[in-house]
Design a protein around this ligand. Structure first.
Ligand SMILES: [Zn+2]
Length: 246
């Protein structure tokens, strides 16, 4: 087992400090060996498509928390997520911090995010896949805003397993080892009703044909294999996926 500091204690502390958000599946799921898989920061052209291939091969359903600007850039990938039975939730119009003063009122940004998702999906797929769930970028949200967002009919969803970043710096870390580490963290932290957060890219339109996203940080092929490793470790431990968020 590789050595690492599990973030699960940090997440549990945040769960206590932010009781307004979902950190795990609702109560009725917590006596079952079920977990939910979530993927943030998509859609992206190549990376998210690979992740979708992996999810299909592994027969796993997930919820994607997507960025509005990426929905505008990669609408076909968003539609594929919806067509293949995954859920689509809100993650901001861009990935900028919602608590920053410089980015405009959060109400406008959340509305823009939903508009961008619905425009890319069209009414039929939006009806099928859109979930009124919001995961704030970086998990940053104040209590006041959280209460307003909930009053506006949205559920705030965080996670109970954040198995480490999928990021590797070429030449600085061994990606195979990184995949093992992510899978080992998930195995270590697994619990009934867990919500696992992974990523599927912050690919910019100008990097659509590049083997890397995030200006050269990700190796997408291997990052998609990390999603596969997580799917397998969950099932090997006797858990099953709840499907998209309930
Ligand atoms: Zn994110």
């Amino acid at each position: 087992m590789p050595s690492f500091t599990t973030p699960s204690l940090v997440l549990r502390g945040m769960e206590l400090a932010q009781p307004w958000a979902w950190w795990r599946l609702p109560e009725e799921y917590r006596d079952r060996r079920q977990v939910a898989l979530t993927l943030d920061d998509g859609p992206s052209e190549v990376f998210a498509r690979r992740v979708l291939d992996v999810l299909k091969e592994e027969d796993a359903q997930a919820t994607f928390f997507v960025l509005g600007d990426r929905c505008e850039a990669f609408p076909a990938v968003l539609r594929r997520m919806a067509e293949e039975g995954h859920g689509i939730g809100l993650h901001g119009d861009t990935h900028l911090d919602f608590t920053s003063d410089e980015t405009g009122p959060w109400q406008d940004r959340l509305r823009a995010n939903e508009r961008q998702i619905r425009a890319a999906l069209g009414p039929e797929l939006a009806e099928k896949a859109f979930l009124p769930y919001f995961r704030p970028p970086f998990g940053h949200l104040s209590r006041d805003w959280a209460e307003e967002i909930i009053a506006a009919g949205k559920t705030i969803v965080n996670c109970s397993i954040l198995p480490g970043t999928l990021v590797t710096w070429p030449g600085k870390s061994n990606w195979i080892e990184e995949t093992d580490k992510v899978a080992a963290r998930v195995k270590h932290d697994l619990h009934h009703g867990a919500i696992i957060a992974l990523h599927c890219g912050k690919q910019l339109p100008e990097h659509a044909n590049s083997p890397y996203v995030n200006c050269g940080i990700f190796n997408m092929e291997q990052a998609a294999e990390t999603v596969r490793a997580v799917c397998r470790v969950v099932r090997e431990a006797g858990y099953e996926f709840s499907g998209r968020l309930p």
